[in-house]
Design a protein around this ligand. Sequence first.
Ligand code: SF4
Ligand code: SF4
Length: 486
Amino acid sequence: MSEKPLSFSTTKVNKIAQCPGSEYKKFNTTHTPNSNLQRWKSINDAIIDWLVNQAPDEVAITQAEENNFKYLDRLQQKISSELFLQFRDIYHKNTADLNADFPNSSISKVINDEEVFINAHTQFEFEDEVSTEYVKLKTGKKGVSDLDKAIILKTRLENETFYVADLYNNDFLEISSIENADEVIDDNFLLLEDFINENIKLIPGSHCTLCERSSSCGEYPSINGEGTKKSYRGIVISKTNLLNKDNCERQFAWKTQYGIPKEEKESDPFPMKVGISFHKFSGMMLLNNKDSQKSGEIERLKNLLKEEDGEVAIEVIKKYEQLLNQIKDFNNLEITARERVLGFTAIADAIVQNKSHKVYEGKIAATFMGSADLVGRLDGAPLVIELKTGAQLPQHSAEAELYALGAFIQTKEKEVVVLHIYVSDKEEKIVERRFTHDQIEPLKKKFDSIAKTIGQWDPSDALQPRFSEGDWCNFCDFQKTCLEFR
Ligand code: SF4
Ligand code: SF4
């Protein structure tokens, strides 16, 4: 038995639940600067400085900001200052004793003859003579996880209360209970048992964008077969974020490297609901379906849609009929998987930053990935299908290129077909792109060149990537912020 207890934070267990590979062989990772995490830490430290400083409030605030935000660029300083102010608005400083050393509640189970702990951390513990309050700090969209809630519920004492300071929604709330706490805890220990016994499975998905093992886990092999090193700066570029790369480097950089919060826009949620539902149910209908045109298929779809909102279901059926009409002449079409992740890693020279904020010349491992709606074969060739419920955009060709190179690297075949199928009220068509072996080298060069561009962004300075104004600004998520920081 090892002397040090085997313990896992809930954050780590939640990552293992998404993909056990993400926490396995951590010695073999790249350093992936995560601006959101860095800002969270600066805000957490500023709050502690403010809470312990007995000076008048104005002085305590200025000192806390100076100590903790001075390494950030002007934009990130502003974002951090606003979140710090939000905390002061929802939490009133008082005289209770503070413990800010990541207090935690733990639960344990014996696995392989060893006691294994899962720890639910909070950030602040305030204690007076009669009661203790714990506060968990959240700055992002994600709320408190079920695993945290379950552990808190099973371990808290009568005089203890747990709160979440949710700076994203500007709320200070008691952490809610869950009904199936035992089940949640048991399920997570089962996951850990597999992890400890090294039954490691890769589960790729959108969470790969925050993984430090994207260039080494094997899911996104490097274009030239070159291995990556721990000193490399890692970054994952999803196909969605790749789409606007040619228009404005700042927009591309703010989405991918710096996690700048998007400005809220009024949007009609109905088309989005239809889009999500259409993708899901079309995939279910077409997967391993040898004859999608046979009679009774629309009835089958209606059955699948029984639980959906009625208006959404009507739209989905309409779009699925359009889709069937588009693919009716394909005789040798096989759909073998849906939401299949495809991607690869490009390595280039880059500006790298170490954990002590020191910047130096090094390398970047830029992983490009996307989740293809459907994959299979068309006339024997590997096939990728993207379903689109909106208009055709010039950027869709970049998406096709990513999938084509990903499919070439994965299948090692001579030809890859990428179909974009458009089913909107205004447009109903297929755009077919056939990629042949002689296009692999130009595609590799293209993605190497994007990796070089990203590599030149200083990860500590969100204002460094150039902005470029154009019609695309009308659709940008950062219009006001961008104007303010020119
Ligand atoms: S990149 Fe994705 S698939 Fe690979 S280990 Fe990380 S989360 Fe898992
Ligand atoms: S508003 Fe225009 S210039 Fe500014 S980041 Fe967005 S696209 Fe770029």
